[in-house]
Design a protein around this ligand. Structure first.
Ligand code: NAD
Length: 238
C-alpha cells in the first residue's frame, strides 16, 4: 500500500510530531465511540447528557451514564495503538500527545505528558468548593457522589459548551503548528476546538496523516488518509 509507505517515510524522517487522538483509538479496547454504532445509552445521545444543562436538570441521570462508562473503561485495557504511541514518543525528540479521550488509556499504556483537552473521567470536581480529586471506583458506591464539603461532585470532564482547561488549547496549538508531522487518529473531527488543530497544523506546513476506519470531516484536507483500525495500522507505521 503506497499510502502506508509514504506515511511511514514521513514519520521516520520527522523529528517533531504531534498526535491528536479521539474515541476511535479506544474502540478496539471495547470502549464505545460517541458517534457510530454503540454510541447510545438507554436511547440518550451523548450530546444530551454531556452538558452542564443536563447535569443541572438531572445530576443523577448524568452520573448513571458516567458510572456506566467508568465501569466499561475500568474493564478495558490499552490496545496496540495506545502502545505504538508510547514507542513513538521514545523515538522522537519532539513529541506531543493531544487527546480528546477521557478514558485514561494513554496513561495506562505508559504515555508521558498528555494534553487531555476534555479532562479525565477518573477525576471529580466539587460544584460548591471547586476541589478536584481522583476517584477510580467503578461502580461508585452512591449516586450522585458528593465532596467532603457536602457539595455535589461532577465528573472532571469538559462538557459540550464548556471551555477547555486553562492554557491547554494554546499548548496544543503550539505543538500542532510546530510539528513536521501530525497524526490524527480515530476522531470524527467535528468537535471544536479540538478539530481546529488540524487546519492549524496544515497551515503551518505539517504533513497530516489520518487513521480512521471511515471517512471524516477532515479526510478531504489531509495529506494521507489511511483507512482501517488504529490498532492494526499504527504499529505498521513505526
Ligand atoms: P467520535 O465518536 O465522534 O468519533 C470516533 C471516530 O473514530 C469515528 O470517526 C470513527 O470512524 C473512528 N473509529 C472507530 N473505530 C476506529 C478504530 N478502530 N480505529 C480508528 N478509528 C476508528 O469521537 P471523537 O472524535 O473523539 O469525538 C469527540 C468527543 O468524544 C470528545 O468529546 C471525547 O471526549 C468523546 N469521547 C471519548 C471517549 C473516550 O474517552 N474513550 C469515548 C467516546 C467519546
Amino acid at each position: 500500500m503506497a499510502e502506508l509507505e509514504q506515511a511511514r517515510a514521513w514519520i521516520a524522517a520527522a523529528t517533531s510530531l504531534a498526535v491528536l487522538t479521539g474515541a476511535g483509538i479506544s474502540a478496539e479496547s471495547g470502549i464505545p465511540t460517541f458517534r457510530g454504532a454503540g454510541g447510545l445509552w438507554r436511547d440518550y445521545k451523548p450530546e444530551e447528557l454531556a452538558t452542564p444543562e443536563a447535569f443541572a436538570r438531572d445530576p443523577r441521570l448524568v452520573w448513571e451514564w458516567y458510572n456506566w462508562r467508568r465501569e466499561l473503561i475500568a474493564k478495558a485495557a490499552p490496545n496496540a495503538a495506545h502502545r505504538a504511541l508510547v514507542e513513538l514518543e521514545k523515538r522522537k525528540p519532539g513529541f506531543t500527545l493531544i487527546t480528546q479521550n477521557v478514558d485514561g488509556l494513554h496513561d495506562r499504556a505508559g504515555s508521558g505528558k498528555i494534553l487531555k483537552l476534555h479532562g479525565d473521567i477518573w477525576r471529580m470536581r466539587c460544584t460548591a468548593c471547586g476541589a478536584n480529586w481522583s476517584d477510580r471506583r467503578a461502580p461508585l458506591p452512591k449516586l450522585p457522589p458528593h465532596c467532603a464539603c457536602g457539595g455535589l461532585a461532577r465528573p472532571g470532564v469538559v462538557w459540550f459548551g464548556e471551555p477547555l482547561p486553562d492554557g491547554m488549547m494554546k499548548e496544543a496549538e503550539h505543538a500542532a503548528s510546530s510539528a513536521q508531522v501530525v497524526l490524527v487518529i480515530g476522531t470524527s473531527a467535528v468537535v471544536h476546538p479540538a478539530a481546529s488543530l488540524i487546519p492549524c497544523a496544515r497551515q503551518a506546513g505539517a504533513k497530516i496523516i489520518e487513521i480512521n476506519t471511515e471517512e471524516t470531516a477532515a479526510s478531504a484536507r489531509v495529506d494521507c488518509a489511511l483507512r482501517g483500525p488504529a490498532g492494526e495500522l499504527l504499529p505498521l507505521l513505526l
